[in-house]
Design a protein around this ligand. Sequence first.
Ligand code: COA
Length: 170
Amino acid sequence: MRIIRLTSDYQFGSFDCGESDLNDFLLADAKEYASKLLAVTYLIESDGIIAAFFSLSNDRISLAESDKATWRRIKNAFPHRKHRSDYPAVKIGRLGVDYRYKEQGLGNSILDFVKKSFVTNNRTGCCFITVDALPSAVGFYEHNGFHLLRKSDRENAETIPMYFNLTRLV
Ligand SMILES: CC(C)(COP(=O)(O)OP(=O)(O)OC[C@H]1O[C@@H](n2cnc3c(N)ncnc32)[C@H](O)[C@@H]1OP(=O)(O)O)[C@@H](O)C(=O)NCCC(=O)NCCS
């Protein structure tokens, strides 16, 4: 397997992660997101097949979007003099594993890769990973150390904001 950054001349083969919005994003929109500097997409290729992809964008995590108890927990990661109402973050905008490669540890490995990249190799300060999780994927993110940004979101939401605290890894 290898990880590559999506480029404008990349020739897509088939990809199906079971969520048509995510498939369509990769095959129809990801190149334009890259050319407009909205998101960078990475592909995990195995024998020429796209096994998985994920997209990253700059983000921030803020008091305004959090509940108070969660923000207290977030602030506690920092000394008092560094308490703020927002902190820099990177957003996993999209993430999908092709059905041929599911349940083989690839989702976990992608999250580990993103965590490591932004602790050891980041060019700018970034203390959190954020994601607007599909309800069906909340368990997957929780399994990987992510928390809900707002406890109340769990019911009836299309997507659920979650975060991972990168300062835990430093
Ligand atoms: C969610 C998804 C990315 C997981 O990828 P994957 O490669 O199959 O996951 P992995 O094989 O790395 O397994 C992840 C771990 O999380 C667990 N897990 C997965 N989904 C879970 C869920 N809904 N609830 C609880 N745990 C879950 C697995 O049991 C596994 O546990 P393990 O580490 O003890 O083996 C993949 O199923 C997918 O592409 N789904 C459709 C698109 C999607 O939902 N993307 C996320 C959008 S926000």
